[in-house]
Design a protein around this ligand. Structure first.
Ligand code: SF4
Length: 267
């Protein structure tokens, strides 16, 4: 069996940046002898999160559990200014690893002239923080959600990893609805590129393997696309878990979500 790796695989630029900022924070904590806290998960990958924990970083969900004067690392999915101010009140030394593409969504919504909308999953960290920043924004994760939206004009940001399929369904629905939605440019080009490279990979493969975590939106999106391409498609958290089974194929195309560490797809 030959493994054919996608040319778009492993950490995206936002995740690489987040890990490099985390490294800086850990180094600084050693110099200053202070604790390092991480707001939420650094990325949506359980194994990557465990590695971070082993390095002594403490995950927290709110400022209530934060020791004053310690380091706070903000994950790639960002934080609302209200939540950040709670840490600042406790003199947090902030290392901000928010992905610049996520930051752009905050800027775009701040400058919105019409009613605000966020298209994305209500329970995704990025969307939850955006909603906290803009409590008046309407959240829609599906066409069904949009059916309850009052008629009018909306300026909308998209969860950075929203799939093009969801966006197409939304656009199609809006054509016949009494709603005008201006889509602000917030989608992540890295995930879009990865979906395109999956198509190229399928031309050279007998089966497709997507490596990543079940919690990762973009990994799930990749797997859904892989299943739609007419080849047998498999999902695994670690390539080693499925190698034996995949040996029935001559050429297996391998791709990963943007938060999957190298150690989980290279053998
Ligand atoms: S997937 Fe895109 S938006 Fe998310 S961290 Fe990576 S580069 Fe940023």
């Amino acid at each position: 069996m030959e493994l054919i790796y996608s040319n778009s695989i492993g950490f995206c630029s936002g995740v690489k940046r987040a890990f490099s900022i985390l490294d800086e924070a850990i180094e600084y904590s050693r110099l200053k002898n202070v604790l390092v806290y991480l707001y939420g998960d650094i990325v949506h990958n359980e194994r990557a999160v465990l590695e971070v924990k082993k390095r002594g970083v403490i995950k927290i969900e709110s400022a209530d559990d934060f020791k004053p004067g310690s380091i706070l690392v903000i994950r790639a999915h960002g934080i609302s200014s209200r939540h950040l101010s709670e840490f600042k009140k406790k003199n947090a030394i902030v290392f901000d690893a928010t992905c610049p593409i996520v930051k752009k969504s905050y800027e775009l919504l701040s400058n919105a002239k019409n009613s605000k909308a966020i298209l994305g999953k209500r329970d995704h960290d990025e969307v939850k923080e955006l909603k906290d920043e803009f409590p008046d924004a309407y959240i829609a994760g599906s066409v069904d959600d949009l059916k309850t939206l009052k008629s009018g004009v909306y300026d909308a940001v998209l969860q950075t990893t929203l799939s093009r399929e969801t966006l197409s369904r939304v656009t199609f629905f809006l054509e016949s609805a009494d709603i005008k939605m201006n889509f602000l440019n917030s989608i992540c080009y890295e995930t879009a590129k990865r979906l395109d490279s999956l198509l190229c990979l399928s031309d050279k493969s007998d089966a497709l393997l997507v490596i990543g975590d079940k919690k990762s939106s973009n990994t799930k999106m990749l797997f859904d696309r892989a299943k739609s391409l007419g080849l047998p498609a498999y999902f695994a958290e670690d390539i080693r878990d499925v190698l034996g089974y995949l040996s029935q194929y001559e050429r297996v195309g391998v791709i990963s979500g943007t938060s999957t560490p190298e150690s989980l797809y290279l053998i």
